[in-house]
Design a protein around this ligand. Structure first.
Ligand SMILES: NC(=O)c1ccc[n+]([C@@H]2O[C@H](COP(=O)([O-])OP(=O)(O)OC[C@H]3O[C@@H](n4cnc5c(N)ncnc54)[C@H](OP(=O)(O)O)[C@@H]3O)[C@@H](O)[C@H]2O)c1
Length: 306
């Protein structure tokens, strides 16, 4: 029997790439978007994809959609908690409402979806959650204290649930993407006053660098590479990796954090905000890691800055 995956937030980025990949590989896919009417043709050509409307902050809707998907497909094998957004900006000028909303989506929404599927997985004595955290939960950057904080929470939730649910045949894996070329930074919620004169210089510089990093559409950073890694892990629920770090930048910083003293690492992060990693630096890490790491900072394509 074909396996079934349930994926949240699938109208763009990793979510869309994952739906397309899993469907092409013969899986059934329960895909969710916030407003179904906005995407009349999304995945229409794919017979094995069913689209559901779901805002993960609407807990009643979460339960209804989970029950509906279980009833439609009879068995869900994998749930991918992908939906999230990024709140970015100086913490001082960000409102508490923005901060609460960030955690409501990235943390509480993910918990609601997980809770909705635990009974089904437990009854089957099998099931896999794949939770999207972020490289910013391995080492965090400035101006995303709330986003990074929410992703550290996802890391903690995943680690705990992975142990708690193991006796019931349920596995939990976590994805920590570095910077990948998706639309996440076109959907940013900016801190309430990103133009505050106290912060404007540092913040704008940082933001420009971040967008620059986003623009590097290479084989390393394209969302399809992350979809492929998730697919591999979904196909091997009881084995493979528990923590999946994706992207050259994330792997490089993970390595640096291991080898550098704390303050030297922090200084390196500060440097990388002010100026891109140099070609020399990239070559050095290519040699050390033996991986195809490419320079991240190139020109910014228009579709990421609109
Ligand atoms: N791209 C990166 O560099 C990067 C790095 C680290 C981690 N991540 C993580 O990767 C995951 C996917 O992000 P992405 O880069 O593919 O960005 P994306 O293209 O913006 O996709 C995010 C998806 O989440 C959905 N979403 C947001 N809030 C939601 C809500 N309340 N209910 C339901 N759906 C909601 C979005 O729908 P709408 O279009 O309706 O908002 C969209 O479909 C996220 O968890 C993100 O934090 C991404």
């Amino acid at each position: 029997m074909n396996k079934t995956v349930f994926i949240t937030g699938t109208n763009s980025g990793f979510g869309k790439a994952m739906v397309e990949l899993f469907a092409t590989k013969g899986w059934n896919v329960a895909a969710t978007v916030r407003n179904k009417s906005e995407y009349p043709d999304l995945f229409k050509a794919m017979q094995n994809v069913k689209l559901y409307e779901l805002d993960i902050t609407n807990y009643e809707q979460v339960d209804k959609v989970a029950i509906g998907a279980i009833s439609d497909f009879k068995k869900i094998d994998v749930v991918v908690n992908n939906a999230a957004y990024c709140l970015m900006g100086p913490t001082e000028t960000t409102t508490m409402e923005q901060i609460e909303n960030q955690f409501k989506t990235n943390v509480f929404g993910l918990m609601a979806v997980s809770k909705a599927f635990i009974p089904h997985f437990r009854e089957n004595n099998s099931g896999l959650f794949i939770n999207f955290s972020s490289a910013s939960a391995r080492f965090n950057y400035p101006y995303i204290a709330s986003y990074g904080g929410s992703k550290w929470a996802v890391r903690g939730i995943s680690e705990s649930l992975g142990i708690e649910l193991k006796p019931y045949g349920i596995e939990v894996k976590t994805v920590y993407p570095g910077v990948h070329a998706t639309k996440i930074f076109t959907k940013l919620d900016h801190g309430a006053n990103g133009n505050d004169p106290v912060y404007i210089k540092n913040y704008k510089q940082y933001y420009a660098n971040f967008l620059g990093a986003q623009s590097s559409v290479t084989s390393v950073t394209a969302p399809e590479t992350v979809a492929m890694e998730v697919f591999k892990e979904a196909s091997n629920p009881k084995g493979g990796r528990l923590n999946i770090i994706t992207g050259g930048d994330a792997k490089m910083y993970e390595f640096m954090k291991k080898i550098l003293p704390e303050r030297a690492f922090q200084k390196e992060l500060v440097n990388s905000i002010i100026k891109p990693i140099t070609a020399g630096g990239v070559t050095m890490f290519k040699l050390i890691l033996g991986k195809n790491i490419k320079p991240l900072y190139t020109s910014i394509p228009e579709n990421l800055t609109k």
